[in-house]
Write a new protein. Structure first.
Length: 288
């Protein structure tokens, strides 16, 4: 058991770094994923994950795999796409989801083109799928900083953010906090997707954000418990995916997301809150 579950992390520093990085991502990204799900913006996270690619690619074009350049470029691109899609939706008849889809498709194509022109196929794979096993100290500090900022901002905007999930119309009628809270929330989405980009790449970053959140929905109705479960599922996915990658020689990023997918499937089948088990094998009802 020790050789199977503990030895890889005890013997290899890169495995410990990857595990710490996944812990930071779990603490920051999973709560954001829960709020995205409750706000019915799950696909927005996927679109925004693709939208950061051209900014990160421009950072790569200027400075190679420089942490600061790619982070700054990704954040700038994410904000630009979010703001641009919102403006187009408000000044035209196009809905925001369609506007965001157009922006992210163009962003994805542009980012792939930029990386392909400057780098090799290996560089492109690194950008698209990440390299969680190659996290260095600077990247770990960045991921920890993003997680810290996320938790602090969520603590500040918790009440209006929860109220906006339940009844945004009521929030607008009693407070002017709706717009600032939405902007702050979208900023957190961008930050966590950029953090996930450094570990899991553009295509998989949203997976550690949304799959644990969706799985948690089958285990709890209380928001606090849902977030706690989502964080636990995200970290378990990181731990299990790293072990799978180590023992089977599989790519680490896809292995982590596949483990998250397995946990989602198990939650779907066994979860007590709307899961298939409750639907096909309901408990006994009280009898008069």
């Amino acid at each position: 058991m020790h050789d199977l579950f503990i030895a890889p992390f005890a013997e290899f520093e890169f495995m410990r770094r990857a595990l710490v990085g996944m812990l930071a991502l779990s603490l920051g990204a999973a709560p954001i994923g829960v709020f995205l799900m409750l706000r019915r913006m799950s696909l927005t996270g996927d679109a925004m994950a693709h939208a950061i690619l051209p900014g990160a690619a421009l950072g790569f074009l200027v400075a190679g795999f420089n942490l600061f350049a790619m982070t700054l470029g990704g954040i700038a691109a994410g904000f630009a796409v979010a703001i641009g899609a919102g403006v187009v939706a408000r000044v035209t008849q196009l809905k925001e989801d369609a506007s965001l889809a157009a922006f992210y498709l163009v962003s994805l194509a542009l980012g792939v083109l930029i990386v392909s022109m400057r780098g090799s196929n290996i560089d492109l794979l690194h950008v698209l799928f990440g390299s969680v096993l190659a996290l260095d100290n600077a990247t770990l500090i960045l991921l920890a900083a993003f997680a810290t900022v996320t938790l602090l901002v969520l603590a500040v905007v918790w009440r209006p953010l929860v109220l906006e999930c339940v009844d945004p119309g009521f929030l607008r009628s009693v407070s002017r906090a709706g717009a600032p809270v939405h902007i702050a929330f979208m900023a957190l989405v961008v930050l966590n997707l950029v953090g996930g980009f450094h570990a899991l790449g553009t295509l998989l970053a949203v997976g550690i954000m949304m799959l644990p959140a969706i799985a948690a929905r089958f285990w709890a109705t209380d928001l606090t418990r849902m977030i706690a479960i989502a964080v636990a599922v995200a970290f378990a996915s990181g731990y299990g995916g790293l072990l799978l990658s180590y023992h089977l020689g599989a790519p680490s990023g896809p292995a982590i997301i596949l483990v998250a997918g397995v946990l989602y499937a198990a939650s779907l089948a066994l979860g007590p809150v709307g899961g298939l088990r409750r639907r096909f094998a309901p408990g006994r009802h009280l009898e008069a």
